[in-house]
Design a protein around this ligand. Structure first.
Ligand SMILES: [Zn+2]
Ligand SMILES: [Zn+2]
Length: 124
């Protein structure tokens, strides 16, 4: 399996992993294989920043947080409540069957880096 449950690589990152064993694999091949897995329901897509797509080996509805700086995506164990689901239903007219939110911000590493590099007067 190319994807571990806990990570959310982009197609490029999957390619880098595959190339360690199969150096001549192209990005197109990786995309086609990932698309196949998505269609089979074995992998889901998570929208990332700047039109990037991350791939997720978890296929249940769950939330994510994306780092605006390094682009890393992690799982967020958070239930989307009944109230929110109901609001989504009212706004869209959809029969809502699930939700997956993507939160944005800085991951702990980038937040620490940001803290170190920011000028003292900018610190809140
Ligand atoms: Zn980060
Ligand atoms: Zn996930």
């Amino acid at each position: 399996m190319l994807l571990r449950k806990e990570d959310h690589p982009t197609a490029e990152q999957v390619l880098a992993r595959v190339r360690r064993r199969l150096p001549h694999v192209s990005l197109g091949t990786v995309y086609r294989n990932l698309d196949k897995l998505v269609r089979c329901g074995r992998v889901t897509r998570v929208p990332g920043g700047e039109g990037r797509m991350h791939f997720d080996a978890r296929t249940d509805h769950h939330c994510h947080a994306r780092c605006a700086k390094c682009g890393r995506v992690v799982d967020v164990e958070l239930e989307v409540g009944q109230e929110m689901t109901e609001q989504a239903r009212q706004c869209s007219g959809f029969r809502v069957t699930g939700a997956s939110l993507v939160f944005e911000g800085l991951c702990p590493d980038c937040a620490a880096e940001d803290w170190k590099t920011s000028k003292p007067k900018e610190r809140g």
